[in-house]
Design a binder for this molecule. Structure first.
Ligand code: NAP
Length: 284
């Protein structure tokens, strides 16, 4: 009897930069845990070459992609141009972080918001219904977060961004009276139960300039970026007296699990993968 090896479905994460990505390790762990036959790599796309890189991957038989910065909004536009389907949560976010090609049509989805909410509520015990949230940033990740948080019953969502027009545009698109845009200069007047750092300032080397008053009410402080042991934002929060907080490593694992579910129809267990990644990162 000839036993043929099952061909592995090909996935990757596309972004710029991309070398830092932990997604290949996470998806390898999910594949080992679930027995799904997949391979998952990284793809560096030129800043002006997102669509061409995706088209090439598809033509070569790729089954799906994760999309990371700075391409999530472009990915949404690309799915539209191609006449593909966009999930309601990606449509609401105006950003796509998960592409699927193996069903005969292009599908664009966004798992960032679901991953964030799962990490906040289930891993860190944050009470979202009734909370007032300050969201720092208005890029692709913030867009995914905003609509998921509104869906969880937060009572206020204040969005501040370096480029204020982008915060105003996000709020206009959310079309929800609980959401409002505020200027960076107004941050010292804000009280929130949850402060979410969703900018890429750490990746581009710039430090966020935040008034200490942002931390005055001792909010839970969440940094969507992650680093060994702590991040500049979490250090700043701690120095201002906020001892409840977390970085985005849990969100990374949870949004990956949600993408894996979209692609493979199986939800992997995240806690062992999170723990192993946490130990690796903190030992670095
Ligand atoms: P993006 O679409 O490129 O948006 C970048 C955002 O950061 C924009 O709001 C931008 O403001 C702001 N920004 C960049 N440099 C800044 C600086 N020096 N000072 C103040 N604001 C600055 O990126 P993204 O996809 O939203 O990702 C944002 C961050 O979230 C990244 O660090 C990414 O790694 C992280 N993330 C984590 C997860 C996770 O699973 N943990 C998932 C998604 C994203 P302007 O509009 O003014 O340019």
């Amino acid at each position: 009897m000839i036993i043929r090896a099952q061909p592995r479905a090909r996935y990757a994460v596309i972004g710029n930069p991309i070398a830092h990505s932990r997604s290949p390790g996470i998806h390898a762990a999910f594949a080992a845990q679930t027995g799904e036959a997949i391979e998952y790599g990284t793809m560096l796309a030129p800043l002006d070459g997102f669509a061409a890189s995706v088209e090439r991957f598809m033509t070569e038989g790729g089954a799906g992609l994760n999309v990371t910065l700075p391409f999530k909004e472009q990915a949404c536009a690309w799915v539209r141009q191609r006449g593909g389907a966009i999930s309601p949560r990606a449509l609401a976010a105006g950003a796509v972080n998960t592409l699927r090609f193996d069903t005969g049509e292009v599908l664009g989805d966004n798992t960032d918001g679901a991953g964030l909410v799962r990490d906040l509520q289930e891993r860190h015990g944050v009470e979202l219904p009734g909370a007032r949230v300050l969201l720092l940033g208005a890029g692709g990740a913030a867009r995914g977060a905003a609509q998921a948080l509104l869906g969880c019953g937060v009572v206020g969502l204040l969005v501040a961004n370096r480029t204020p027009a982008r915060a105003r545009q996000l709020v206009a698109e959310l079309a929800d009276q609980r959401a409002s845009a505020i200027a960076w200069s107004e941050l010292s007047g804000v009280t929130a139960q949850l402060v979410l750092q969703a900018t890429s300032a750490a990746l581009t080397g710039g430090a966020l300039q935040l008034p200490a008053a942002v931390f005055a009410g001792r909010p839970f402080c969440y940094d969507m970026t992650y680093a060994p042991r702590s991040t500049a934002f979490l250090d700043q929060a701690r120095q201002a007296g906020c001892h409840r907080g977390a970085d985005g490593l849990g969100m990374l694992v949870e949004q990956a699990a949600e993408s894996f579910l979209v692609w493979r129809g199986v939800r992997p267990q995240t806690e062992p993968v999170y723990r192993s990644l946490r130990a690796q990162l903190d030992a670095a």
